[in-house]
Design a protein around this ligand. Sequence first.
Ligand code: NOJ
Length: 577
Amino acid sequence: MTSHISVNDLKWWQKAVFYQIYPRSFADGNGDGIGDFKGMIERLDYLQELGIDAVWLSPHYPSPQHDCGYDISDYTGVAPEYGTLDDFKRFLEEAHRRDIRVILDLVLNHTSDQHSWFIESRSSRDNPRRHWYVWRDGKGPDGPPNNWYSFFGGSAWEYDPVTGQYYYHAFLKEQPDLNWRNPQVKQAMWEAVRFWLDLGVDGFRLDAIGTIFEHPDLPDHTAKSSLEELHYRAYLAADEQEAARAREEIKELFRYQIDLPEVHALMKELRAVVDAYPDRMLVGESEEIAYYGSGNDELHLVFNFPLMRTNRLTPAWVRANQRTRLAELPPGAWPCNTLGNHDTSRVYSQFGDGKHDAALARISLALVLTLRGTPFLYNGEEIGMTDLLLDDISQFRDTVGIRAYKMITELLGLGPAEAVQLAARVSRDRCRTPMQWANAPNAGFSPAGVRTWLPVNPNYAQGVNVAEQLDDPDSLLHFYRRMLHMRRRTPALIAGDYTPLHEDAEDYLAFLRTSQADRQCCLVVLNMSERAHTLRFALGAPTARLIFSSHKREEETDQLSHLKVAPFEVYVGEVGE
Ligand code: NOJ
């Protein structure tokens, strides 16, 4: 099957490469150790030259920062440490001037407990905003309404002595869940959505959509293992299959709290709100294909998270992922691939093997840029930033990491040194350290002598920084730039269908991207092994013209009867004379 859709018929978000900015860690413009809009504006030229098309901004709203901005206390404001609303407007204008779109993070499930809505809601049982949140009586004198867990551990219910009831929180107790069954909540939130759309933002990444509704009858879950035990098996035990099983059990444990059918009606409403504005988009933090709706009535994009759930991107893994993922999409739905974000290990650390990390980082990028679908990158991956495992609990900023530390010391009885080591692998601080701009004090993120909000990864001094990589044509950064610019000029890589080739090959992934409408067919070969190969392809044309390679190639045109690929080579050629 070949695509009859030309790249020219696609919407901007189908063609775009998105780049996630984590505001706290991207660029510190005022020298206080925390990223801000001034810094972001100063780095827009960098992003333009890098060749990305759109930015996803993690939350920039006022927040007590219990969950790094995902606890919002004002949906139409800007966190003072990041700047003012005028700074935001300038950022948006400057981004747009460079043809970079901007989408915001929208946290619908919960607010901060410091949001005025919640402050009012908890003040008395008959406050007009009481039912903006999920309040319930306990079961007994000391018992919460049921046995549900919070996703971050512990009970999902917090007792509030002021009114003698419990409120529900899918995440931290500082993040009370909104009651989306109350139409007033919808109205207030849609107003906030319109506020940003009116300012010209291009869309939203929707946080934690699966958790927006919970079962109204509050049935107890019937899981046998505790969440702590499952978390341990899912995140700290070494075995991948065991981890996958534990994740399944976690899903079961949360079955009354996640992906309830009611979410779909809500997504349709939100889609209608957004569709009243030209050319805006929604991407959901979920892997559930169901959130595409019938293909054009819920979300524009849903992340292909299953792709990244491994520590080894093998050809077999990718093929299997594409086989199921692409087959499951409803007609018209557009895929969306990513390998890392602010909640996961960094791409360089996650998919490296300790020996060929630099080569594998190139393969990882090539994969998301050549598979069918919109790619999302995470700031810092373009220079090969790695996880930083903090060794001092006082440096942890992520509540999830701090809780893991407590759990490990209490449940496993480990001493502080060992507990920190384990907790550091879970703490999301590991992938949130400041961007490394230069081989300079504080990696050029903040001025010398300033204490940055999270420590800087010392590997900035070993070449993991922007300035030095800009000076080195062979750097990972230049590889990102070359590939991003190549993708833009290559319609088949954007609009084309995906056809796997050589499906038994263990060492390399080969596939075609074909766009009949654009009269282009690209052969992509990602050699994920340290062995060279000479490959034979019977594709109806004898040759391919080189479009891109990670290696120096002898010829501009190759015979497809014996295409040589070097170890870890990324090869893209246009099939035909
Ligand atoms: C998903 C976000 O990506 C994560 O960082 C956050 O902690 C939770 N949602 C809760 O908002």
